[in-house]
Design a binder for this molecule. Structure first.
Ligand SMILES: [Zn+2]
Length: 331
């Protein structure tokens, strides 16, 4: 028997929803809320598979079999009673996608009756799509279930939230996360470091690549060069061929946050990048804490600009950041 996408830290939620099913108290809509990388999507797909699996018709207690036609269709992403709504070639879930969904929900199921929709990430619905979906939630069609997945559920319409049953997905304990990583990816090097960098979130730890680890070393050297040794900012920037500014800024932010923590707590227990503590300590010792905090905030503004619609010149933005870090003129 294949149990699909079972994550050990979701047992309690799984049991609770199974009880709801047995007591015929399942809602028409769930809101699965929690940080990216804790396994909301895996859970939603697993739950859909459980409900649609052919064996579920005869035994509601079992996990999906993994081998019946329904399970195989889900695995192939082609089950006619499961629909996944995600942003297409843009950052938004558009109204046409929700209109299609409403039409689809209105038709009778070809299989065992239940039709399931996963909307992910739900916060990517624009206002029109959200309003259209709201109608669907207000007047739910029989035998339908909608699962909204979100890591920023606070940005959803309150009227949408109030029509869903919210289930909170939390970050598992460190031991559980490390056990899961060692079973899922036994070949993964430095799992503890990856988990630290990923804020303890196992799914994110898994996606930290060797290149991500390496580029941190390059960035901390560049920061040390301009901030401590007063080296040339332009030479530091030129070391990065085709930089992905968003990921560089995110890494700079975690490195600066570590410097602030080192400065304020005088201990390395709370920092993420423990393998480069000596470089981070050098930067922390050289700068005052106000400057480090101002630099962190400045990077937050740069990130907003890179992610926003203004399309800034990324090379110039990177250069200007490094020059200001060297000059200590961020305030
Ligand atoms: Zn099955």
């Amino acid at each position: 028997m294949e149990i699909v996408d079972i994550l050990p830290w979701q047992d309690e939620i799984r049991n609770r929803i199974s009880d709801q099913f047995l007591n015929q108290k399942l809602p028409h809509a769930f809101l699965f809320e929690g940080p990216a990388g804790v396994g909301k999507f895996e859970f939603a797909r697993g739950l859909a598979q459980k409900f649609l699996c052919n064996r579920f018709l005869s035994d509601t207690n079992i996990a999906p079999c993994g081998s019946c036609t329904a399970c195989l269709l889900i695995k192939a992403g082609t089950h006619s009673d499961l629909r996944l709504i995600q942003p297409v070639d843009s950052k938004q879930i558009k109204i046409d996608q929700i209109r299609d969904l409403i039409l689809w929900v209105g038709k009778t199921s070809l299989r065992n009756g239940l039709k399931i929709t996963i909307v992910e990430p739900a916060e990517q619905m624009n206002q029109r799509s959200a309003n259209a979906l709201l109608k669907c939630l207000e007047e739910p069609a029989p035998n339908t279930m909608i699962m909204l997945l979100s890591s920023r559920a606070g940005s959803l319409l309150p009227t949408i939230r109030s029509r869903c049953q919210t289930v909170k997905f939390t970050i598992p304990s460190r031991n559980m996360a490390l056990d899961w990583l060692s079973q899922t990816a036994p070949e993964l090097e430095d799992p503890e470091l990856r988990l630290d960098i990923a804020d303890g979130i196992p799914g994110l730890a898994l996606s930290v690549s060797n290149d991500d680890l390496k580029i941190r070393l390059q960035i901390v050297e560049a920061m040390k060069s301009v901030m401590v040794e007063k080296g040339s900012a332009l030479s530091a920037v030129r070391l990065f061929k085709k930089p992905n500014l968003e990921s560089i800024l995110l890494i700079c932010a975690t490195l600066l946050a570590d410097c602030v923590k080192l400065k304020l707590t005088k201990t390395d227990l709370v920092i993420k990048n423990k393998d480069i503590i000596s470089e981070l300590s050098t930067i922390a010792n050289h700068c005052n804490v106000q400057f480090l905090i101002a630099a962190y905030e400045r990077i937050g503004r740069d990130l907003k600009s890179v992610r926003g619609p203004s399309n800034p010149n990324e090379s110039l933005l990177f250069e200007s950041l490094m020059i200001d870090l060297g000059r200590e003129t961020l305030l």
